[in-house]
Design a protein around this ligand. Structure first.
Ligand code: UT7
Length: 315
């Protein structure tokens, strides 16, 4: 059972270099019109490293709440593009922050932030007081820059949240924290989106698109049903930012309007495990969540895997 907890800090990090659709149009057989119409992406950030971006985002999350890094019990970095196979990027982040406790990476591809978040809530339900969860990916490391079918979509970034146990009723009794979740994977679809050691990444875009819409809808619905709630109860839906058309199609099927959906893809592209926390952080900065609101996060990715987390917000 999950315990009362709150997301008390959040932070983001994007590389300085911005690549616009016009920049891509200048060197690839593509156009601004095609990219905007088919994906909703207008620009993306490229560069830096997973460890650097994850550290910057984590520092910002800690600074917002003003707690010492040494009080962290666990650091989880969701990533599939860390520079080193070992050690985990989380160990580098932990060292740079001076964080306490354990440090581990979670590779759940684009869906990775959600299982990392669920694991963090699990640690809080044991005896952890504070857990840092970072989604960080540098997709430019594994994408073929000359492959127009992927190079226009994927990009780099990181975002972090700091979770803390709080007093009060458990989420099951109406308190803040993880109300329900859904995790799943269909390894049958492993060859639709993959990257062997040394790359590049290969994607069957049309097949992934179809499954992504279905998985987003099914997973979000499963998490809501487990909590005996409906989409009407959700104040903010934060889906994975892979394609604006996927977000819109899933939103329409779920029955949630754009006013309750967080979207940053136009400015970030698909940042894989960073996409949900980047969209969440933008929504939080814009004051879109109030105390007691229900927040639904859903991500899908290579595997294919999916995950949803339904969280009651505390401010
Ligand atoms: O993060 C998790 C996983 N990733 C995703 O969820 C991505 C899922 N897939 C998608 O977002 C979309 O399938 C894409 C954006 C990748 C492609 O959009 P689409 O509407 O499914 O296009 P398509 O693959 O059916 O291709 C349509 C046409 C093709 O030409 P023909 O065969 O009709 O002559 C492609 O060769 O568009 C062509 N094309 C491009 N044209 C200009 C493919 N990429 C480009 C490009 N610029 N960048």
């Amino acid at each position: 059972m999950s315990v009362a907890s709150a997301i008390v800090g959040w932070g983001t990090a994007l590389p300085d270099t911005v690549v616009t659709n016009a920049d891509l149009q200048a060197r690839l057989d593509t156009s601004d019109e095609w990219i905007v119409e088919r994906s909703g992406i207008r620009r993306r950030h490229i560069g830096s490293s997973v460890a650097d971006l994850a550290t910057e985002a984590a520092r910002a999350a800690l600074a917002r709440h003003g707690v010492p890094a040494s009080s962290i019990d666990l650091t989880i970095v969701a990533t599939s593009t860390a520079e080193d196979v070992i050690p985990p990027a989380a160990s580098v982040v932990q060292h740079r922050l001076g964080a306490g406790g354990g440090a581990v990476d979670v590779n759940g591809a684009c869906a990775g932030f959600v299982p990392a978040l669920v694991a963090a809530y699990g640690a809080l339900a044991l005896d952890a007081q504070r857990v840092l969860v970072v989604g960080a990916d540098c997709m430019s490391r594994i994408v073929d820059p000359d492959d127009r079918s992927t190079a226009v979509l994927f990009a780099d970034g990181a975002a972090a949240v700091l979770l803390q146990r709080t007093a009060g009723p458990a989420p099951a009794e109406g308190g803040p924290g993880l109300v329900s979740y859904d995790l799943g994977s269909d390894g049958d679809a492993h060859d639709l989106l993959y990257c062997r050691q040394g790359g590049p990444m290969v994607m069957n875009g049309r097949q992934v698109f179809r499954r992504a819409v279905r998985m987003t809808v099914d997973s979000a619905t499963a998490a809501l049903e487990r909590a005996k709630l409906t989409i009407d109860d959700v104040a903010l839906f934060v889906p994975h930012q892979a394609n604006l058309r996927i977000i819109e199609a899933a939103g329409a099927r779920l029955g949630i309007g754009p006013d309750r959906v967080a979207v940053v893809i136009a400015e970030t592209g698909n940042t894989s495990a960073a996409s949900v926390p980047l969209a969440l952080a933008a929504a939080l900065d814009a004051g879109r969540l109030r105390h007691g609101d229900l927040l639904l996060m859903t991500a899908v990715g290579a595997g294919m895997s999916w995950g949803s987390a339904l969280v009651r917000w505390a401010s």
